[in-house]
Ligand binder design. Structure first.
Ligand SMILES: C[S@@+](CC[C@H](N)C(=O)[O-])C[C@H]1O[C@@H](n2cnc3c(N)ncnc32)[C@H](O)[C@@H]1O
Length: 296
């Protein structure tokens, strides 16, 4: 089957390249608010966030931390709103997100990103569906937010529960998809019974991606192919179009291509383009697939 793939180097808060109701499925993992590795990206992409960090450094007032957290979610919310516009009626949005724990100004607390995104998507109009917990088997327990569970030994009460799950939030725009009866492409996209039993259960135990060799590759914090592969097969039909508004290393496009879906990915950081090209193997693309790179 001929499929088409677009890598758009640009900010997905606006997706003028995409018509209303033209996308069947969105699969993504945004930068996680309050996770340190994404601080610079948020501050650079939204000067308001950068200014708030500076204000926090100068004033040290705790309420500013809340303002930073809100501003980071406002930044992501623009993308969720634009996703709503481009999804077809009944289209699904899957968002992989982790909560964050962090000490700011000496105060340790949880930032429940999954809850905030759910509230925001509900306000946009999405219907919230049951979510998946992605359990990563490797994370070690923490003590006071730092490293391993050292120091407290086995003594109550000051240790914290480890964040060893991430969320895959699932939302639907509007009503259930309406499909013609006996659609051959839909039947050709069927999953098996073992796949159905495993994929539609709530806990997925999957290892994270191995630490990539180059700093550039690490910067994208890629999710495993298996996550994108399951979601694409669960919520789209061959020949349909999948969107990733936070493309990173290009995992979603690579997997869409392997599964005979069209795809569109947005990435704000043009330095990641060589990583994307390497992952998708743009040089190896054959007659059946067309990959376009668009720089805004
Ligand atoms: C967590 S990474 C995505 C990782 C991806 N799932 C993968 O497997 O490689 C988030 C990506 O979103 C990009 N990004 C952040 N804000 C963006 C925006 N407004 N538009 C497009 N890309 C953005 C970042 O540069 C980063 O590469």
């Amino acid at each position: 089957m001929h499929t088409e793939h677009k890598i758009i180097i640009g900010n997905s808060q606006q997706m003028p390249e995409l018509a209303d109701s033209s996308i069947h499925l969105m699969v993504t993992s945004p930068p996680y608010p309050m996770i340190q590795m994404w601080d610079n990206l948020f501050a650079k992409a939204d000067p308001k966030i950068g200014a708030l960090w500076q204000k926090l450094e100068a004033d040290g007032k705790e309420e500013i931390v809340g303002q930073i957290y809100n501003a980071m979610h406002d930044y992501l919310a623009k993308v969720w709103r634009e996703t709503w516009r481009v999804l077809v009626d009944g289209g699904i949005a899957c968002i992989n997100i982790g909560d964050a724990t962090r000490s700011v100004n000496g105060k340790f607390k949880l930032y429940p990103n999954h809850a905030r995104i759910t509230e925001i998507c509900e306000k946009i109009g999405f219907t919230t569906l049951p979510y998946i917990l992605w359990k990563k088997p490797t994370t070690k327990p923490k003590y006071k937010g730092k490293g391993a569970f050292l120091g407290s030994g086995f003594l109550p009460p000051n240790a914290y529960v480890t964040l060893d799950c991430e969320f895959i939030l699932i939302f639907r725009k509007g009503n259930l998809r309406k499909l013609p009866p006996h659609d051959p492409k839909r039947y050709d996209s069927a999953f098996t019974k073992p796949q159905r039993d495993e994929w539609f259960s709530q806990i997925w135990t999957l290892k994270g991606t191995r630490q990539a060799a180059s700093q550039l590759e690490r910067r994208t914090a890629a999710y495993p192919d298996e996550i994108a592969d399951r979601l694409i097969k669960m919520f789209s039909i061959k020949g349909e179009t999948v969107l990733d508004p936070f493309l990173g290393s290009g995992t979603t496009i690579k997997v869409a291509l392997q599964n005979e879906r069209n795809s569109v990915g947005y990435e704000i950081d043009d330095k990641v383009l060589p990583v994307i090209s390497k992952k998708i193997g743009t040089s190896k693309v054959n007659m059946a697939t067309e990959v376009q790179i668009i720089k805004r």
